[in-house]
Design a protein around this ligand. Structure first.
Ligand SMILES: C[S@@+](CC[C@H](N)C(=O)[O-])C[C@H]1O[C@@H](n2cnc3c(N)ncnc32)[C@H](O)[C@@H]1O
Length: 326
């Protein structure tokens, strides 16, 4: 098997610097998709002027944000300053949302530190125009900490709304078959089973998602070099339920471009941002690759395979440090 993995770019400044020169966007620049209406900005998401330039007249029926939770890496001293920063981009989001719209936020909770910044964040949201709607838990198949703690397999997803947004219930069936018995009801002497509760043979999505597999290196959608990818299936569920075809979707933390890919698949227009040129470039390349091949990621390769193949120095480095052979 041909295999061209790429270590996490956030952990290796040497690789990161060698690849930066291949990025189309410099900080402050915007990429407009020549084939559809998607836009990507290499922008700090609280920079109001740059965000205004990116967004123009677009207004969003859906925003999905997945902020970085690592407060230390972010040079923030505590969860309060992190949440102050969140308040800024939530306010900007609010400004560009339609009066009937949905907002989803992936938010971690540090179980070693009083579940920070979860409590601070949900309290901050009380002072905004958004109304809380649901607290979704996505179950990871792989976790950590089974010996001295409960295995950590949860990802938290908060759902807020403004007004009366779209919620396309016809799209909220999961892949889970109604195999679980236990529910029954006696109607005119006949016992009704779980499977008979509705016409579908699948269970409707509740606020616990156990049917979506997290991304890891063996998944086709894996983007080597990234470290915080959300599954496309999760974004597909959100996008299909909380927006319609042709709608505009906002994501302030693109990274591997998962929201962008889901919008492309489902005929929505995605406006997305990343502060880092390398993740903007990866997002653009992932979209281009999807269009060319139908593939969602680079399971056995990576977004910079061709450039690395032409760079003997980088190849030597990857070989010596990681035993990766090109
Ligand atoms: C948790 S990842 C998002 C993962 C994404 N949902 C995916 O599926 O690939 C967070 C991203 O936010 C970007 N980021 C961090 N601070 C930012 C800021 N102030 N403005 C915009 N993007 C930022 C990081 O570079 C990183 O790529």
């Amino acid at each position: 098997m041909v295999n061209f993995p790429l270590p996490r770019l956030d952990k290796d400044p040497t690789i990161y610097k060698s690849l930066l020169k291949y990025c189309r966007l410099q900080p402050g620049e915007i990429w407009s998709d020549p084939l559809a209406k998607h836009r990507i900005g290499c922008i700090e998401c609280t920079d109001k002027d740059s965000v205004a330039k990116l967004i123009g007249d677009a207004r969003f029926s859906l925003a999905v944000h997945d902020p970085p939770y690592n407060i230390i890496a972010f040079k923030m001293q505590d969860s309060n300053s992190f949440v102050d920063w969140c308040r800024e981009w939530i306010t900007i989001t609010d400004y560009y949302m339609l009066k009937d719209s949905s907002l989803y936020i992936w938010l971690g909770a540090d179980q070693k530190k009083h579940f920070e910044p979860f409590a601070e964040f949900i309290i901050m949201m009380k002072d905004t125009d958004f109304k809380s709607r649901s607290f979704i838990t996505m179950r990871n198949q792989r976790g950590y900490g089974t010996q001295k703690n409960w295995m950590s397999i949860r990802q938290e997803l908060l759902y807020y709304i403004k007004g009366n947004p779209k919620f396309n219930t016809s799209n909220v069936y999961t892949n889970i078959s109604k195999v679980v018995k236990g529910y029954y009801k006696e109607i005119n002497g006949k016992v009704t089973e779980n499977i008979e509760r509705s016409r579908s043979d699948k269970i409707r999505a509740g606020n616990v998602w156990i049917d979506i597999q997290q991304v890891f290196h063996l998944k086709e959608e894996n983007v080597n070099g990234c470290f915080a990818q959300k599954p496309v299936a999760a974004l597909d569920r959100i996008v299909k339920v909380s927006s319609g075809e042709g709608d505009y979707v906002l994501d302030f933390f693109s990274h591997s471009g998962t929201t962008l890919i889901s919008c492309e698949k489902n005929n929505r227009n995605c406006y997305t941002v990343d502060i880092d040129p390398i993740y903007c470039e990866i997002s653009i390349r992932r979209l281009e690759r999807y269009r060319q091949t139908g593939l969602l990621g680079w399971q056995n390769s990576n977004p910079f395979e061709n450039e690395i193949k032409a760079d003997k120095r980088l190849q030597k480095y990857l070989n010596e440090k990681y035993n990766i052979k090109y």
